[in-house]
Design a protein around this ligand. Structure first.
Ligand SMILES: *Cc1c(COP(=O)(O)O)cnc(C)c1O
Length: 350
């Protein structure tokens, strides 16, 4: 049986050509392709500039360093999240302050964030979870720098603007399964040139007159060459994901599960199509596997559980963790396969 995988990159002849051209140039390390990728991405999200890195995690690390976040400072982030973001906060020695999420969109709760604000809060990390934009405007009024985590959301829109240009800084990931995939890779974008210059300075280390601790977080030109061509096709990828989401929406109407909700004024990138079921998640995963379909918990384990925080403070995250299932969604998933996935979900849940 041909497995339907949970996620898959979209690799075409354009990627082969782009990497081939880079190889032919004989230049493998950070060079003109990296600069081109930075410029086209910053133009795409409408920011002044961007700096490429070797991962989304290192992009977050440098974003926090550029904001001057250090030991004794606090950084607010949501619990329903992968550990990469928590790691970046720990790299700079700051205290992670974990908060609950919203019921509707799995994004960070404004009320919970307000409650945890102190004089020591130096940054808030807003994750556009599963490609669904956070209602970010009220967060921007809290008087604390906001880092937009667009690792899953590049191409999504909030009030007509692409995510990534709203916060103080934004970070991206080009990991193999993300919206735009190069294997590994990341980027920071911002309208603040001072911050961008600081990040550019911290990203590599060679041939400097002064010495401070710097980081070898550079992207190779091979990766950037693929990034440039992937970015050209990103809008097409997003449209295709939205199309599959509509197929699921229609085919799963009336099935006893909670479908994704689109908040007013947003256009999600549909990095994930997450449904919430009432029965056992593990049983559901096994039943789908028997039908040749790979579905997943979208978050392996919430951060408050890793940190042994009181579960009572994270009711919405707990509920999401106990009920959320991510269905296959990616540009190369055919309509027939999406219909088959929906049919299997319907059969199992009815
Ligand atoms: C993938 C991801 C990251 C980390 O990116 P890497 O490139 O894997 O280091 C950070 N935040 C979110 C929300 C992610 O999905």
């Amino acid at each position: 049986m041909n497995m339907i995988h949970h996620s898959q990159p979209t690799i075409t002849a354009q990627d082969f050509r782009a990497i081939g051209a880079c190889l032919k140039s004989g230049w493998l390390v950070q060079g003109k392709y990296v600069r081109q990728f930075e410029q086209t991405l910053s133009r795409y999200v409408s920011t002044k500039d961007a700096v490429a890195t070797n991962s989304g995690t290192s992009a977050l690390h440098l974003a926090l360093l550029a904001l001057g976040v250090k030991k004794g400072d606090e950084v607010i982030l949501p619990s329903y999240l992968c550990t990469s973001v928590l790691n970046a906060v720990n790299y700079v020695g700051a205290k992670p302050v974990i908060v609950d999420i919203n019921n509707d969109d799995f994004n960070i709760s404004l009320t919970a964030t307000r409650r945890k604000l102190t004089r020591r809060t130096k940054a808030i990390i807003i994750v556009h979870q599963f490609g669904f934009p956070t209602d970010i405007k009220p967060f921007l009024r809290l008087g604390v720098p906001v880092i937009e985590d667009c690792a899953q959301a590049i191409g999504a829109k909030y009030k007509g603007r692409r995510v990534g240009s709203l916060g103080t800084l934004a970070i991206y990931s080009f990991y193999a399964t993300k919206m735009l995939a190069t294997g590994y890779g990341g980027m920071v974008s911002s309208n603040n040139r001072g911050l961008i210059n600081k990040i550019r300075d911290l990203r590599d280390f060679d041939e400097r007159d002064d010495y401070i601790t710097r980081y070898n977080y550079q992207m190779s030109d091979l990766v950037a060459a693929m990034g440039v061509t992937q970015l050209k096709r990103l809008n097409e990828f997003v449209r295709r994901r939205q199309h599959i989401a509509r197929i699921y929406d229609n085919a799963l109407k009336g099935v006893s599960c909670q479908l994704p909700k689109i908040s007013k004024g947003t256009s999600p990138a549909f990095f994930r199509y997450v449904i919430q079921i009432s029965g056992s998640i593990n049983t559901f995963i096994k039943s789908m596997l028997r039908k040749g379909i790979e579905v997943k918990r979208p978050i392996y384990k919430p951060l408050h559980q890793y940190l042994d925080l009181n579960k009572a403070s994270f009711p919405v995250t707990e509920k999401a963790y106990g009920s959320a299932i991510s269905l296959p969604i990616y540009p190369t998933l055919t309509e027939a396969k999406a219909q088959y996935v929906a049919r299997c979900v319907r059969d199992i849940l009815s």
